[in-house]
Structure formats: structure tokens, C-alpha cells
Design a protein around this ligand. Structure first.
Ligand code: NAD
Length: 415
């Protein structure tokens, strides 16, 4: 059994915030104001199951901060969802939207359930009842949910429909919708595409030739699969990739097109020809240039950080690195591109989707990708310049950029 470190996501987010707040000399009053969530809601969701039984689910929405705009953040369906984790993910959204300078605050939510054990009808009833419970606190100018782990465009369509039944046609209440209902072209690929735009910038700064880089990716869901495709289109070799059941490895590089087709057809990677099986733990410790965790939080911890051999880690997942691991990696000279920057492409295109909904027009995909690149490049450069000036890591620099914007907005609006 592998060693594990007890992961307290909320503690990690507070520690990261405090590191930057210390570097900025932020006073304690504004610190408390920025760390404390605006509103937390827990709701009971009673559902009639297909077999007639009644089952009660528990749903959460944490709205962290709205100083810079309506709150924004995903909804995840997961059996192990806990309020502390949702609180931490909501805060991350506040810093993420600020670091890329889009006019949103931060929120996050979810329902404790195992969606794989629910029929489509049960999932729809659960989603609609959850929305009816949040009805008065979400909305295009209040709080705008989006997909996250185990939720998708169909779930967003139910959210949009349920909210619109009560408030009139309101596509701007949710992003990540199907394109037929006002979703944005390029939204599905946006987190992976944005992560690769950031990697292109970071590669230049770290003298890494992305065209020859060896890349290991944990996770082949929405984020991992698109990141793998885009990075291999630039010539990089994806040497390993995994899902929850394990991964595959080829030091000469995996044929990503064939891997993605195989995964789509069989729903796992087991038995992929001409590649060796590899565990998720071993994948993280592979000899490679770039490691991209794209699955769960807390996977790089104090027991494995010392064994990481990548030169650059791009945190496509939220909170994949614990604070102790962060210190170990910094001492080893590993460049960590933090989640609030590396995976901000998704919320950036969600912002484009929201603006398209409010203006009732639709952008071409080239426009979406061009504007996404502009925002990701500009954000990376701003963070890298703050990191150089303050001799800080990219994580601390990202928080400095973000906290500064939220603190200024808060003071200007009046505390
Ligand atoms: P997803 O559900 O589409 O994919 C998750 C992937 O993780 C799957 O390949 C799954 O097999 C794998 N996985 C699950 N359990 C695992 C385990 N124990 N070990 C290894 N792999 C495991 O989710 P996603 O949307 O791709 O999100 C992945 C991460 O990226 C999450 O941390 C999410 O919060 C973050 N994120 C997602 C977006 C987005 O736009 N979807 C945006 C920003 C951040």
C-alpha cells in the first residue's frame, strides 16, 4: 500500500494565500475578509428513485467572493465530496478568475452521490431539485455554475432549463452548455488548450524545447485528453497517460490519436498494444521533462515529492500538490505552474460563453481560441514578471497578482 498524507484542501489554500499575503504585507483585516467565504449553503435533495424508493442526497454551494463580478465555479458529483474541499475549491476560483483578469468572483458546489450508480432520469431529477434549492442565489449576475468532475454539458442543460422555467430564458445562468443551447465553441477543449498555451510560454523561460519534451499526464478525462492531444500536436512525446484504473507507458512516445480512440471505445486503457502498463503512483515519478497532473487533488505529497523527476509540473488539476510537497519541489528546482494559472483556460472560455449569451451572439472557434491565447499569454507573462521581481515561485506570484486585484476591488467598492 502506498503511503499517503492526510490532505486538508482548505489548509492548503489558506497556506498558499498566506504565503503571498506575507510577501505583500497585507494587513490582517483584509486577509480575514478575503479568506472568509461570502455564503455557504447546504441543502437536502430528496429524490424518488426509479424503483419508487426515496433517497436523500446532500448538496453544497460555497460562494467565496464577488468583489470583481458574479461568482463562478463548477458543480461536481462525487461520493466523497466534503464541505472543506468545496470551500477550498471556491476560494481557488476567486484567485483563478482574478489572475486571468476576467470579471468574476469564485464559487464551487456539488452533490455527494455516485453518478455512475444513477440512471439518467434520476440524475436529471437530482439536478433539477438541486437547482430549485439554489434558485434564489444563482443567476447570470449572481453565481454561474459550470461542469466539473462527473458533470457535463447535459447536466448544464438541465440547470439552464430549470432556472429558465422560473426566471424566463436565461442561458447566462450556467456555462459549459451544449452548443445548441448557447454553449461556446471551444469550451470543451479550453482547459487543455489553455494549459498548453501556458506551457509554451513557460518552456521558453525554462529553456525547454517543447517539440522534444517527454510528457507524463495523469488523467485522461476532459482536461487530460485535450492537453495530451494539443501537446503532442506541438511535437512533444506523451510517454505516459492514465485513468483511475492505471496507465500506459512508452518511453518513445504514445500514439495519442490511437490512445484516445482506444479509451473512447473501451472506456479504459488496459491492454493498449505496444505499451507497458504503469500505476498512477509510478507515472508521477517517471523520468520525463513535464508532468501534468490532470485528475485528482493531493497526488503529489510529502512521500513522493522527492522522487519526482520532471523539470516542470503544470497543475491542470486543482490542488494536486500539497504544501509540504511544494517546498520539496522548490528545493529541488522543479518549476511548478500553479493550478490557478495552468487550468484557467476553462473558466476563461466560460467567460466568453457568458458574454456571448448576454449579447445573444455566437463567436467562431478561431475567435475563441485567439482570445484565449491572448489572455493566457498575458497572464503568464504578468505572473512570471512578478515572480522575477519578488524572487518568488510562480504559485506565490500568481496569488500576489490575484490578491492584489481582489483587494483593490474590495476597497474601491467599500468594505
Ligand atoms: P473528468 O471527470 O473528465 O476526468 C477525470 C480523470 O481523472 C479521468 O480520466 C479519471 O479516470 C481520472 N481519475 C479519477 N480517479 C483517479 C485516480 N484515483 N487516479 C488517477 N486518475 C483518476 O474531470 P476533468 O474535468 O478532466 O477534471 C480533472 C481535474 O481538472 C479536476 O481536478 C478538475 O477540478 C480540474 N479542472 C477541470 C476543468 C474543466 O474545464 N473540466 C477546469 C479546471 C480544472
Amino acid at each position: 500500500m502506498s503511503e499517503t498524507e492526510r490532505i486538508d484542501c482548505e489548509k492548503i489554500t489558506h497556506f498558499q494565500f498566506d504565503q503571498a499575503a506575507d510577501a505583500m504585507g497585507l494587513d490582517s483585516e483584509i486577509r480575514d475578509l478575503l479568506k472568509t467565504p461570502f455564503r455557504e449553503v447546504q441543502v437536502k435533495i430528496p429524490i424518488k428513485m426509479d424503483d419508487g424508493r426515496l433517497k436523500v442526497f446532500v448538496g453544497y454551494r460555497v460562494q467565496h467572493n464577488n468583489a470583481r463580478g458574479p461568482m463562478k465555479g463548477g458543480i461536481r458529483y462525487h461520493p466523497e465530496i466534503d464541505p472543506g474541499e468545496v470551500r477550498s475549491l471556491a476560494a481557488l476560483m476567486t484567485w483563478k478568475t482574478a489572475v486571468v483578469n476576467i470579471p468574476f468572483g469564485g464559487a464551487k458546489g456539488g452533490v455527494a452521490c455516485d453518478p455512475k450508480g444513477l440512471s439518467s432520469d434520476e440524475l436529471e431529477r437530482m439536478t433539477r431539485t438541486f437547482v430549485s434549492m439554489l434558485d434564489t442565489i444563482i443567476g447570470p449576475y449572481q453565481d454561474i455554475p459550470a461542469p466539473d468532475v462527473n458533470t457535463n454539458a447535459q447536466v448544464m442543460a438541465w440547470i439552464m432549463d430549470e432556472y429558465s422555467r422560473r426566471h424566463g430564458y436565461s442561458p447566462g445562468v450556467v456555462t459549459g452548455k451544449p452548443i445548441d443551447l448557447g454553449g461556446s465553441k471551444g469550451r470543451e477543449e479550453a482547459t487543455g488548450r489553455g494549459c498548453v498555451f501556458i506551457l509554451q510560454e513557460a518552456a521558453r523561460d525554462t529553456n525547454l524545447d517543447l517539440g522534444k519534451a517527454r510528457v507524463a499526464i495523469q488523467g485522461i478525462g476532459n482536461v487530460g485528453s485535450h492537453t495530451a492531444r494539443f501537446v503532442s500536436e506541438l511535437g512533444a512525446r506523451v510517454v505516459a497517460i492514465s485513468d483511475s484504473r492505471g496507465g500506459i507507458y512508452d518511453p518513445d512516445g504514445l500514439p495519442m490519436d490511437r490512445v484516445l480512440t482506444y479509451k473512447a471505445e473501451r472506456r479504459n486503457l488496459i491492454g493498449f498494444p505496444n505499451a507497458r502498463p504503469i500505476t498512477n503512483e509510478a507515472l508521477l515519478e517517471l523520468d520525463c521533462d513535464i508532468l501534468i497532473p490532470s485528475a485528482l487533488g493531493g497526488v503529489i505529497h510529502k512521500f513522493n515529492a522527492d522522487r519526482i523527476r520532471a523539470k516542470v509540473i503544470a497543475e491542470a488539476a486543482n490542488s494536486p500538490t500539497t504544501t509540504t510537497a511544494d517546498e520539496i519541489l522548490e528545493k529541488k528546482g522543479v518549476v511548478v505552474i500553479p493550478d490557478i494559472l495552468a487550468n484557467a483556460g476553462g473558466v476563461t472560455v466560460s467567460y466568453f460563453e457568458w458574454t456571448q449569451n448576454l449579447q445573444q451572439r455566437s463567436w467562431e472557434e478561431e475567435e475563441v481560441n485567439r482570445e484565449l491565447r491572448k489572455i493566457m499569454v498575458r497572464s503568464y507573462q504578468q505572473v512570471a514578471s512578478v515572480a522575477r521581481e519578488s524572487k518568488a515561485t510562480l504559485r506565490v506570484a500568481s496569488y500576489i497578482v490575484a490578491i492584489d486585484k481582489v483587494a483593490r476591488a474590495t476597497r474601491l467598492r467599500g468594505i
